[in-house]
Write a protein that binds this ligand. Structure first.
Ligand SMILES: N[C@@H](CCC(=O)N[C@@H](CS)C(=O)NCC(=O)O)C(=O)O
Length: 338
């Protein structure tokens, strides 16, 4: 009888030890692995960022950001469930753990980080607020918009940027606030507002979807800084590390000339940065709680940052601008992966 108890206790402690060993130290990573799929909050309706293609496959820079994290965490870039979110419900969806990560054209601001219990893990697109008008309005500068009505979505940093701009130029405006993207587009096209304002990349993407893009002008002023990036909940630092360093690995891969087509060919390279990135040397993957070759899997299946850019944003005809690598005059710069 006594032996039975001892055996049972030993068994219990072994099982709990096992369970402990299996926990990654990140509640989110554990949940993602148990589920076998990453749940990623996106917009789902923005060309270049997240929009289903004709086959229903979610495409874009944000969608690929989700895929990269799935590749890192699960070893499979396709294990992603995309959850479309609006500008107003995006933060609660992340706070309530309805999604594991939010990659939704969301601007990194102090207020959002300090006030919402959320963290930005990087900048996948340096953007800025811009205005679009009909060419027939004969306006070629935002400073000519005195008295204009402006269509804008609620809950966005765009609202604040517009108010600041008009105040700084002592100009007047009235805003028409519309949540739904289709509705705001229809309102703008129907002339309910003189200008439509949002992130410049969104305007450029939207313009390409119009049957007559030449009848629309994006005004030259970029009136605010809108660094967009992936967000996670505060309190799961290991998950934050995974999201931050997965993106950094993609930027580092571009810096190092490692891409999806050549990533398998570096087995005998003597370049120490490439060896660490791909897991041939060092233990970067283990430190993140991931496989040693996590970055190789990410780059092979999703690409480096530049490949993503060319695939997702390139077709919209946007200049890479601030999103070039720092070595090419841009702001994209990977901290050392070592
Ligand atoms: N980056 C700004 C603006 C975001 C924003 O306005 N996004 C719009 C641009 S199109 C959007 O997501 N629209 C799609 C939708 O609301 O369904 C923010 O974080 O507040």
């Amino acid at each position: 009888m006594r032996w039975m108890w001892v055996t049972m206790l030993l068994w219990l402690s072994a099982v709990s030890g096992l369970a402990h060993a299996q926990s990654s130290g990140s509640a989110t990573l554990d949940a993602v692995r148990a589920r076998g799929v990453l749940v990623c909050g996106v917009a789902g309706n923005i060309p270049g960022f997240s929009l289903p293609d004709s086959q229903g496959v979610m495409r874009g820079l944000d969608a690929d950001g989700c895929r990269a994290v799935a590749a890192a965490a699960l070893g499979d870039a396709n294990k992603v469930r995309f959850v479309p979110l609006t500008t107003t419900n995006r933060f609660t969806a992340l706070q309530s753990a309805e999604v594991d990560i939010l990659v939704r054209d969301t601007t990194w601001t102090l207020g959002r980080e300090a006030g919402l219990g959320l963290l930005f893990a990087g900048v996948n697109y340096y953007d800025g607020t811009a205005f679009m008008v009909k060419k027939s309005l004969a306006v070629d500068s935002a400073t000519m918009l005195d008295g204009a009505t402006i269509c804008v979505q609620p809950g966005t940093s765009t609202e604040l940027a517009i108010a600041d701009f008009f105040r700084a130029h002592t100009l007047k405006f009235s805003s028409v606030t519309i949540q739904d993207l289709q509705e705001i587009h229809s309102a703008f096209l129907a002339g309910r507002c003189d200008a439509y304002s949002t992130d410049g990349s969104q305007l450029a993407g939207y313009r390409t979807t119009l049957p007559n893009p030449n009848e629309f002008v994006i005004l030259p002023e970029i009136i605010s800084k809108e660094p967009l990036g992936p967000m996670v909940r505060k309190g799961d630092d290991k998950w934050f590390d995974i999201v931050r360093w997965t993106f950094s690995a993609q930027v580092a891969a571009e810096e190092l000339g490692v891409d999806s087509s050549n990533v398998d060919g570096f087995g005998s390279t003597s370049n120490a940065d490439i060896r660490r990135l791909l897991g041939s040397d060092g233990d970067l993957g283990r430190q993140l709680g991931l496989a040693p070759d996590f970055a190789a899997v990410v780059v092979k299946s999703v690409g480096n940052y530049g490949e993503e850019w060319r695939r997702d944003i390139g077709p919209m005809g946007l200049d890479r601008g601030l999103n070039r690598l720092w070595t090419k005059g841009g702001l994209q710069y990977a901290p050392p992966l070592r």
